[in-house]
Design a protein around this ligand. Structure first.
Ligand code: NAD
Length: 332
């Protein structure tokens, strides 16, 4: 089988080549898959794609016309794929449902600690010989209320760290109760109760119609003044147009983002020698109590190894006629 791998970085090439063990012909493209680049998949049996590849209606029609028979996502989320079109075209969509939920949960905690204890500011000061601790006052996590939205694989690990590791009170909102979280003593409440009572709100939801802009201006209004907002899930969960106002008014005391609504044109690229044209992003970054990382929560050696292995296994099992149902988003 010939596989066109899109959005390839050096680490994708390294880990996929290792996991492939010479089984398939992998051709690596640095470019994203989009309507403009879909022609590159001509003559390939499968495409292997990541979070910011755009598999809309037009792209899938083009893939289908060009003989592509499998879409292998090397991520868990599939909000960037037009599933109806894939179904209609008879192209199965396989994903990596869990590659290391620990990495993402730990990154959410890293953002919380770095924001709370002003680690970035302190690091810069000490490097310049400024040992003043004025302005670095933090708060203790012990006893604070953490509201988590989404209690799946990542959320459950995050809950364990906050509860057992820091002694926080953990409230949760989800359409399904996770017994693992219940066993930890997490209390399930309504969305509004999360907003009203949480000192820290961390998002662990998938992006779908129901969760799109789940944090908007009206949600912010219901939150405690000075709330810490953490998003390591998907940018579209937060209406980014209300963030700058929230930061300016002090409603949002701290903001930690690993994902951003309009990240497609920026994240994973070195844009350091050109201006950033996204005014909302630039404005948010200008606030001192904000830390933004560029979608790196998943980026651990364990996760990359797991992603590569599951992706190559999905391709192999497709060739053999049956993909693990747990990894199938759309069956043929
Ligand atoms: P999961 O599927 O295990 O859990 C998601 C939870 O959200 C489930 O418990 C589900 O019931 C709940 N949910 C779904 N729709 C809901 C709704 N409308 N209202 C309330 N609850 C709802 O997923 P996971 O593995 O824990 O991952 C969570 C998200 O993290 C993923 O969807 C992905 O977007 C994101 N993610 C980010 C990175 C990163 O590098 N930043 C890496 C992996 C995953």
């Amino acid at each position: 089988m010939k596989v066109a791998v899109f959005s390839t970085k050096s680490y994708d090439k390294e880990f996929l080549t290792e996991a492939n063990k010479g089984r398939y012909e992998l051709v690596f493209f640095e470019t994203h898959l989009s309507a403009a680049t879909a022609r590159l998949a001509n003559g390939f049996d499968a495409v292997c794609v990541f979070v910011n590849d755009d598999l809309d209606r037009e792209v899938i029609a083009s893939l289908s016309k060009n003989g592509v028979k499998l879409i292998a996502l090397r991520c868990a989320g599939f909000n960037n794929v037009d599933l109806n079109q894939a179904k209609a075209a008879g192209i199965p969509v396989a994903r990596v449902p869990a590659y290391s939920p620990h990495g993402v949960a730990e990154h959410a905690v890293a953002l919380i600690l770095a924001l709370n204890r002003r680690i970035c500011r302190a690091y810069n000061r000490v490097r310049e010989g400024n040992f003043s601790i004025e302005g670095l006052l933090g708060f203790e996590l012990y006893g604070k209320t953490v509201g988590m939205m989404g209690t799946g694989k990542i959320g459950a690990i995050f809950a364990g760290i906050m509860k057992n590791g820091f002694g926080c009170k953990v409230l949760a909102y989800d359409v399904h109760v996770n017994p693992e979280c219940e066993a930890l003593g997490v209390r399930y409440v309504s969305k509004d109760e999360i907003f009203a009572h949480s000192d820290i709100i961390s998002l662990h939801l998938p992006l779908n119609k129901a969760t799109h802009h789940i944090i908007d201006a009206s949600a912010l209004e219901k939150m405690k003044n000075g709330v810490m907002l953490i998003n390591t899930s998907r940018g579209g969960l937060i209406d980014s147009s209300c963030l700058s106002e929230g930061l300016k008014s002090g409603k949002i005391g701290f903001l930690g983002l690993d994902v951003y609504e309009e990240e497609e044109t920026m994240f994973f690229e070195d844009l350091s020698s050109q201006p950033i044209y996204d005014d909302t992003f630039v404005r948010i970054m200008a606030f001192p109590r904000v830390i933004i990382t560029g979608h790196q929560a998943f980026f651990t050696d364990t996760a990359l190894r797991n992603i590569a292995q599951t992706t190559m296994n999905n391709i192999e099992s497709f060739e053999k006629g049956s993909i693990d149902p747990a990894n199938l988003v759309i069956s043929p």
